[in-house]
Design a protein around this ligand. Sequence first.
Ligand code: DGL
Length: 266
Amino acid sequence: MILNRQPVGLFDSGIGGLTAAYAIIRELPNEQIFYFGDTAHLPYGPQSAEAVRAYSADIVRFLLDQGCKAIVVACNTATAAALNSLRERWPEIPFIGMEPAVKPGARATRTGKVGVLATAGTFKSQRYASLMHRFAKEVELLENPCAGLVERIECGQLNGPDTEAFLRNILEPMLYAGVDTFVLGCTHYPFVQPLIEKIVGPNASVINPAPAVARQLRRILEGQNLLSPELPGPHRFFVSGEKGNFEALASELLGFGVSVEAGVTF
Ligand code: DGL
């Protein structure tokens, strides 16, 4: 039996899913979060869907063993590779996935051109093809896998001239082509959203789907009577590899001191 005071599990390849955790903590302050960053296997983007499916299943088993009542796949790449198989394997568990906000992007654009920033794994997935097919018939999507950006963010290079030049190389050709709406289709990328917004300027919009995912989690927990009435305990953070910059970046983003349990293997 699932109880409302059990934690919500989140996972990603590294710190990216913390951008979803941030939105969830704001939307649902009574929910305790158990977060897993698979830093031993980062980045997921260039790896095969089979590999990402296998990592995801191991992590979900771990989070369920820790007592999680619901799982947010706080990673677009893992959602694309693994969400269906996770739902089949654990049909009693509510899963919430994340995918590039192509539909809101297509609604928002006035030029008819939407820039999608996601990983290679997300772009080559069936799930992305289906999003395009359903929601982007009337607009043009300009895509960029931002190779190397995830690693840069993991290293804490969130601003500074190097990262700005890196992002300009990606964003300026899109701007020149007429893109006025940018979709952050990888949970790492909101870490550099201020820099992206500075580059694209006030006439373009940048969509981070994390607040919508937090609202979706609320609807699902509410629908199953699983909303926690009060915060049952401190949030917990696990990584499969080294601590690296996790604690510093997580503490800065979330606004409280995060300590991480590192080297978690199954
Ligand atoms: N943050 C992840 C995503 O949303 C994956 C990044 C990676 O490990 O390549 O796609």
